[in-house]
Design a protein around this ligand. Structure first.
Ligand code: ZN
Ligand code: ZN
Length: 265
């Protein structure tokens, strides 16, 4: 954690808390909602292991298979206007994210890491931060390694990362935001709230991070009208604290079943 992280988090709170008050999806939900301080720990400390893991994955990929993309391809890609590169990165990265995310739902061992994110029972701006580092390193590698291999420029990647971060926070926010027909193209809070729904019809749906049409393309879209889920969360016995949640995927299954997650932290 460095000073910048705290500053960025404060700025995020100053922007999103008032937006959530003005356009609340659930007006009764408290700012200091259930597990708020646990998720604050994620927001403050999780960036370090995720960034270290991601840098290692990108370095490994570029040094081993980087040469398969000819230099002239990288030069052509990075000489495009930054805005166009950002649009292309969003498409490339979100296809990678979609399939990694889908694998985390489909493969039981991976689900034990991803379930930490799905254990959130009240969604808001802070909820996006509750992610297991192993989940994030693998998912972000699937989306960003191709981007680095293709040779996109650093300013375009930095701008993409900023847009992705703000978008992820918005998707989890406690806001009612109607983006009209655009919702069939771009991921909205309603789209991602359905991904977190504790309802059978919505399980394993809406995997995309930014482009909802990817789910339409692969048959996993779930956007029933203007409705939003009644409740979020999972039945898995996810423990309530940061350290326990980091250890959860590695603890043999039977040992976690005695203490179901009540969400009281
Ligand atoms: Zn998921
Ligand atoms: Zn989420």
């Amino acid at each position: 954690m460095d000073v910048l992280d705290i500053k960025a988090l404060l700025i995020t709170a100053l922007i999103f808390v008032p937006i959530e008050r003005l356009f609340a999806l659930r007006p009764g939900q408290k700012i200091l909602r259930k597990a708020f301080f646990n998720d604050l720990i994620y927001a403050l400390f999780n960036g370090v292991p995720i960034n270290l893991g991601l840098v290692a994955a990108v370095t490994l990929a570029t040094s081993t298979v980087g040469h398969i993309i000819p230099d002239y391809v990288g030069s052509a890609v990075s000489s495009q206007p930054v805005w166009l590169q950002v649009l292309e990165i969003i498409i490339v990265a979100d296809i990678g994210l979609y399939w990694a995310h889908r694998a985390f739902h489909a493969i039981p061992f991976l689900w034990r890491f991803h379930v930490i994110h799905h254990s959130i029972e009240e969604l808001d701006w802070l909820a996006a931060h509750r992610v297991h580092p192993v989940d994030q390193v693998l998912t972000k590698s699937a989306s960003l390694v191709p981007v680095y291999l293709m040779g996109f420029s650093s300013p375009a990647i930095v701008l993409f990362a900023l847009i992705f971060h703000v978008h992820a926070i918005l998707l989890h926010s406690n806001v009612r935001l109607n983006i009209g027909p655009l919702r069939w193209l771009v991921a909205s809070p309603q789209f991602h709230h359905w991904h977190h729904a504790h309802e059978r019809a919505a399980y394993d749906k809406n995997f995309a991070g930014q482009l909802s049409f990817i789910d339409a393309l692969f048959g996993t879209m779930h956007l029933p009208g203007e409705t939003v889920p009644e409740r979020y969360g999972v039945d898995d016995p996810v423990p309530p604290t940061y350290v326990e949640q980091l250890a959860y995927p590695l603890i043999p299954k039977g040992k976690t079943n005695e203490a179901p997650f009540t969400g009281d932290t």
